[in-house]
Ligand binder design. Structure first.
Ligand SMILES: Nc1nc2c([nH]c(=O)n2[C@H]2C[C@H](O)[C@@H](COP(=O)(O)OP(=O)(O)OP(=O)(O)O)O2)c(=O)[nH]1
Length: 126
């Protein structure tokens, strides 16, 4: 089963969300049967953060989370509203730039994507 994380980028910063159960992640969730992963990204961000995003691309690679679960990460921009955490999912949000991105305690599966998004933000897409 595929989990989609969403790296929302604005003004050189990426949004990180701390799961109420612990660990920083790219907010998102599981792709439902028959659902387009980009639609999953938009749906999960609306459900978890109460705002609207548009997917702008995908980071490279697919990383195993645990047996039967793997992670892909979309890049996205905000098109409406401001992200607000709800206690059921996240207890803190942070817009991180540069070296701050790698300094929070990401879930293990996210680390390759953290490296990738940091390079993208610092260097810009080529
Ligand atoms: N959303 C998200 N989940 C991640 C990331 N990294 C990572 O290991 N995970 C794990 C945490 C969870 O075990 C799983 C995602 O489950 P979830 O609980 O967020 O998804 P969901 O809302 O669709 O699930 P459900 O509770 O409705 O079954 O993937 C990440 O960057 N974003």
């Amino acid at each position: 089963m595929l989990v989609v994380g969403v790296a929302i980028v604005r003004a050189g910063r990426v949004l990180a969300a701390r799961r109420t159960s612990g660990g920083w992640e790219f907010p998102g969730g599981k792709v439902e049967p028959g659902e387009d992963p980009a639609a999953t990204a938009v749906r999960e961000i609306a459900e978890e953060l109460g705002c609207v995003v548009e997917v702008t691309g995908w980071l490279d690679g697919v990383v195993p989370i645990r047996e039967g679960l793997e992670l892909r990460v979309a890049t996205a921009q905000l098109v409406d509203g401001e992200p607000v955490p709800n206690a059921g999912d996240h207890d803190e949000l942070r817009w991180l730039a540069g070296p701050e991105i790698g300094a929070v305690e990401w879930l293990a599966a996210d680390r390759p994507f953290v490296v990738e998004i940091t390079a993208l933000i610092v260097e810009g897409p080529d």
